[in-house]
Ligand binder design. Structure first.
Ligand code: PEP
Length: 256
């Protein structure tokens, strides 16, 4: 049994003050993150420092960013480096979220560059893959996601790959309230696990956590997290409320 990772993607919500309040509420809900799992919040860049102060006091909660650049410095207006993220206490970073791919021109190639940069700097990348409804209806989802995984991990060594996290996020389930069924999620996670074994070996594949993302909520978390190849969740909407995020953490604890 792998260790669950319950990750909150706050997207473009919560400035520093709101970040402090939400983490205070989360701390009241879950005074100690259970030893049996990892929990993570990913606030916007400007709130990372505020979150970092809180997270340090909130034993066991990790901090992540929602993006990074693959260069070490330079004329890249609006971007941040891996070093900057480490300086404010980030141990994880989301890479290639579908919203970044759709609105900000991220491609499988840039995802690969970012995954490589993150692992080389000791930050664990959570790279996102997933198909649109159109692609699923056309029966293209398996090959598409397989290719996204292959390209993202190009030139990533097995020893580094163990620190990588994959998030399977069907686009049609993100922020829509529609969720993949546990069977649909398991089918894709099993396929991804198999592809990781092809790229590396069984042990490495088993060590890599594969998260499900797409309207995971307290009412469906048990069924999704109960699937053998679902190792946690990347959670948008439900991570913005302390109570629902805490409920999902508690559900994961019971399943651990
Ligand atoms: C996400 O943004 O990664 C996500 C899964 O969002 P939601 O839980 O709101 O669908």
């Amino acid at each position: 049994m792998r260790r669950f990772l319950i990750a909150g993607n706050w997207k473009m919500h919560n400035g520093p003050a709101a970040t402090r309040s939400l983490l205070t509420e989360l701390n009241e809900e879950v005074p100690d993150i259970p030893d049996s799992l990892d929990a993570l919040v990913c606030p916007p860049f400007v709130s990372l420092e505020a979150a970092s102060e809180k997270v340090r006091k909130h034993f066991g909660l990790f901090l992540g960013a929602q993006n990074l650049h693959f260069e070490d410095e330079g004329a890249y207006t609006g971007e941040v480096t891996a070093d900057m993220l480490k300086e404010v206490g980030c141990e994880y970073v989301i890479v290639g979220h579908s919203e970044r791919r759709e609105y900000f021109g991220e491609t499988d190639k840039t995802v690969n560059l970012k995954v490589k940069k993150a692992v080389s700097e000791g930050i664990k990348p959570i790279f996102c893959v997933g198909e649109s409804l159109k692609q699923r209806k056309a029966g293209e989802h398996v090959n598409l996601v397989k290719k996204q995984v292959q390209v993202a991990l190009n030139e990533v060594e097995a020893s580094d790959a163990e620190d990588v996290v994959v998030a399977y996020e069907p686009l049609w389930a993100i922020g829509t309230g529609e969720t993949a069924t546990p069977e649909q999620a398991q089918e894709m996670h099993d396929m991804i696990r198999g592809e990781l074994a092809e790229l590396y070996d069984e042990d490495t594949s088993d060590a890599i956590r594969i998260l499900y993302g797409g309207s995971m909520k307290p009412h469906n978390a048990e069924d999704l997290l109960g699937q053998p190849d679902v190792d946690g969740g990347l959670i948008g909407g439900a991570s913005l409320k302390a109570e629902s995020f805490a409920d999902i953490i508690r559900i994961a604890e019971e399943l651990s």
